[in-house]
Design a binder for this molecule. Structure first.
Ligand code: NAP
Length: 185
């Protein structure tokens, strides 16, 4: 049975991007002289059998080449969308799902088998998965920077409390803190 794991980078004040989708804050951290330990995903992606991404992250990603050269591993990428985009990219094995999150999750589970489902985000898709109890684990890398405003990761949550159990925390020389929490159900 596969598990569904959110994995992304968030600013210390809780944003995954600036107001206009800026990721310059992350590049700034990666440029720090102590920054040899970048956000290395290869150990994680070797365990992954399917990826789920929202339409906005897909569009931004193909515009900026994020998905090229199996940057997130070789797994098929399920794109949640209202309708199949006109702009079809061949940067990865994209599969478009316009039948809702439960169906996207079912298709990804079937594809992943015993491997994990990598919930890529963005927040819109993540919040729906969280509200439907479809997330098992969160791997959130906290970037040591404040940006004040932007796209919040934790927003529109329908439950008053969601309890977490710590699995692991790793700190990196560039100030990034990788947190790994299980969602208690
Ligand atoms: N820091 C990080 O590590 C990280 C990681 C990932 C993303 N991000 C950032 O997150 C931002 C994008 O996140 P976002 O929350 O705005 O958008 P998103 O979750 O990437 O995509 C949302 C879109 O997905 C489609 N969608 C979502 N749920 C759906 C459903 N149930 N049925 C059908 N379609 C559905 C809709 O698109 P349509 O209606 O157009 O079809 C919706 O507008 C970007 O700035 C990106 O850079 C950051």
């Amino acid at each position: 049975m596969s598990k569904t794991v959110l994995n992304l980078v968030m600013t210390f004040d809780g944003f995954v991007a600036g107001e206009h989708d800026e990721m310059d804050w992350l590049h700034k951290i990666h440029k720090r002289p102590t920054g040899s330990a970048k956000w290395d995903l290869s150990t994680f992606t070797s365990q992954v059998g399917a990826i789920i991404v929202g339409r906005r992250s897909y569009e931004l990603g193909i515009a900026q080449g994020w998905f090229k050269n199996e940057a997130y591993g070789p797994s098929p990428i399920f794109v949640l969308c209202e309708s199949v985009p006109a702009n079809l990219s061949h940067d990865a094995d994209f599969r478009f799902v316009s039948t809702g999150i439960q169906d996207a999750h079912r298709q990804a589970s079937e594809t992943a088998g015993d491997k994990w489902i990598y919930l890529f985000g963005g927040p819109n898709v993540f919040q729906q998965f969280l509200n439907e109890d479809l997330v098992d684990e969160m791997r959130i890398t906290i970037a040591p920077i404040l940006i004040g405003k932007g796209i919040r990761l934790f927003h529109n949550l329908t439950k008053r409390h969601i309890e977490l159990e710590k699995i692991n925390v790793t700190d990196h020389p560039n100030g990034m803190i990788e947190t790994n929490y299980r969602i208690m159900k």
